[in-house]
Ligand binder design. Structure first.
Ligand code: AMP
Ligand code: MG
Length: 353
């Protein structure tokens, strides 16, 4: 299959050229095809959420296990009732506060949502993204677009269109290049099907943000502690994820010790003929010696670190780094989501020094 790469700017979606392209992209989705597109979190791989064949194609294109459900994207609040058995009060409040935006809600699915889309579950994940290209595309597609991140399963989520092409060229009909995404980590997922709302995946919308609106909100035990022995409730969280091809280790401790440890390790690795990488901050980048030293920005700017994280993991692959180390980052704000993704990317290798 030939994958068509088109460019649309978010602030010119009203132009007649963009409208024609978005209509064509919508047509592809309506007829069962796949289109990768930008959202404010990461690029999504879209298919018609109400068409089971489209969902099957998404799993195949990503190489994703078919028990790992897809998030259904909508572009207006009025689209929600069709997807769910009921809209609980909490969902209304969260939508009011955070939609359109980087928040996904888990609700009981209606019969309109095929089991192929929900990975066989009786619940459905729904999000209303704020990216205007995404919104226009969803409307053109008929209002319901299933879209997991547009990477091959296990790879870092794409924050640029060229990473979608890297992973999906020849597997999807179209990729829409809308520039670099704004947030850089996937949406916060909150499960509203139990008595107390539970965060299944941390993201830009934090537990404190949700508590301000709902009162009590818990964090899935499997997120807080990896040895809790509990399987994560978001099926996707159990798979190896976001990983670069080489071996990544997170090093935690006092700054000087971290720097000394990492430099010792990269020196050894280099002596053994391995290519090395370090993920650090502007404050420390001058201190490291490695083939590929990458700063995620200032260590005090969690949002900047979130935006840079997946790009740097892919750059390590581009540079063919084999042995990589990362500093750890503060967990305030979106920092919790950053550390959640980074720990997965490192396959849980965390070294205390
Ligand atoms: P992605 O779209 O690639 O960010 O992945 C979607 C994430 O949402 C995965 O981690 C899924 O396991 C999770 N998810 C989607 N639907 C549900 C659901 N009904 N219940 C729990 N988690 C879900
Ligand atoms: Mg994903």
């Amino acid at each position: 299959m030939q994958t068509e790469l088109i460019q649309i700017e978010e602030n010119s979606i009203e132009s007649s050229a963009a409208k024609v392209q978005l209509r064509r992209a919508g047509q592809i989705l309506r007829s069962g095809g796949l289109v990768a597109f930008p959202t404010e979190t990461v690029y999504g791989l879209g298919g018609d959420a109400l068409n089971p064949e489209s969902s099957r194609r998404i799993y195949a294109a990503k190489g994703r296990p078919s028990d790992n459900p897809l998030i259904v994207h909508i572009a207006e609040m009025e689209a929600l009732p069709l997807l769910v058995r009921e809209v609980p009060e909490a969902a209304g409040k969260l939508a009011q506060a955070f939609w359109p935006g980087p928040l996904t809600m888990i609700l009981h699915r209606s019969a309109a949502v095929p089991l192929e889309t929900t990975g066989g579950l009786e619940t459905v994940a729904v999000r209303f993204p704020s990216n205007r290209i995404a919104q226009a595309l969803i409307r053109e597609a008929g209002g319901y677009v299933a879209a997991p991140s547009a990477n091959r399963s296990g790879r870092p989520s794409p924050t640029l269109a060229r990473y979608c092409m890297e992973d999906l060229d020849g597997r999807v009909e179209m990729v829409i290049d809308g520039g670099e995404v704004g947030i850089g980590v996937e949406s916060t997922i909150v499960d509203l099907t139990g008595e107390t709302p539970v965060i299944l995946r941390p993201g830009f919308v934090t537990q404190e943000d949700l508590r301000r609106v709902l009162g009590e909100v818990e964090m899935d035990r499997a997120i807080i502690s990896e040895d809790s022995g509990q399987a994560p409730k978001a099926p996707g969280m159990k798979y190896r994820h976001y990983a670069p091809r080489g071996t990544l280790t997170i090093v935690e401790g006092e700054r000087d010790k971290v720097v000394a440890y990492i430099n010792g390790q990269t020196k050894e690795a280099a002596a053994a003929g391995r290519k090395t990488g370090v993920l650090c901050t502007d404050e420390t980048r001058g201190l490291y010696r490695a083939d590929c030293v990458r700063s995620a920005g200032s260590g005090t700017d969690e949002a900047g670190v979130a935006r840079a994280l997946f790009r740097i993991l892919r750059e390590f692959d581009e540079e063919e780094a084999q042995v990589m180390f990362s500093e750890s980052f503060p967990e305030s704000g979106v920092g919790q989501a950053v550390m959640n993704r980074l720990i997965k990317a490192a396959g849980h290798r965390v070294k205390e020094v």
